[in-house]
Design a protein. Structure first.
Length: 153
């Protein structure tokens, strides 16, 4: 007998067992539970860019970047603004209403939206409570910033 270790590792005895119906379960779990590509992040950037583009040219509008994922829209010389922020940890867009005067304390100050991709490049941002769509709510908030517009339908 030699004191040198055996150069060939021995095959584990578990490999000698016949496969069971559970053999494909690990592969299936890796496929279904693996990391999904973030489709909401690029869509959120497009949604914020489209919002800024469409509001360009409105009188007294001020658009500021608050962080890498957040913009604030306000009206120069007026109280109240709205913030649009992408939350990458939950893959949602958040619309916050900030400092509107005379607001009822029970008024909703924040709404979140989730992205539903479509077959083509577009998709929709739907409110998590199922009550509306992002751009309709941004439009309503802009009308609050510009009461001169009246009830725009």
């Amino acid at each position: 007998m030699s004191d040198e270790p055996d150069p060939k590792p021995r095959a584990p005895e578990d490999d000698a067992l016949p496969p069971t119906p559970l053999a494909g379960l690990a592969r299936l779990a890796r496929e279904r539970l693996g990391p999904e590509p973030d489709r909401a992040g690029p869509a959120a950037v497009r949604a914020m860019a489209a919002t800024v583009r469409d509001l360009k040219g409105m009188p007294e509008i001020v658009v500021g970047r608050e962080s890498t994922h957040s913009i604030r829209i306000a009206r120069r010389g007026k109280v109240g603004s709205l913030a649009l922020e992408y939350l990458p940890s939950i893959r949602a867009l958040e619309l916050r209403y900030l400092g509107f005067p005379g607001a009822d304390p029970t008024t909703i100050r924040m709404r979140r939206y989730t992205y539903a991709p479509a077959d083509d490049a577009s998709g929709t941002w739907s409110r998590l409570d199922g009550g509306g769509e992002l751009f309709a709510d941004v439009r309503d908030a802009i009308v609050r910033l510009y009461p001169e517009l009246g009830d725009v339908g």
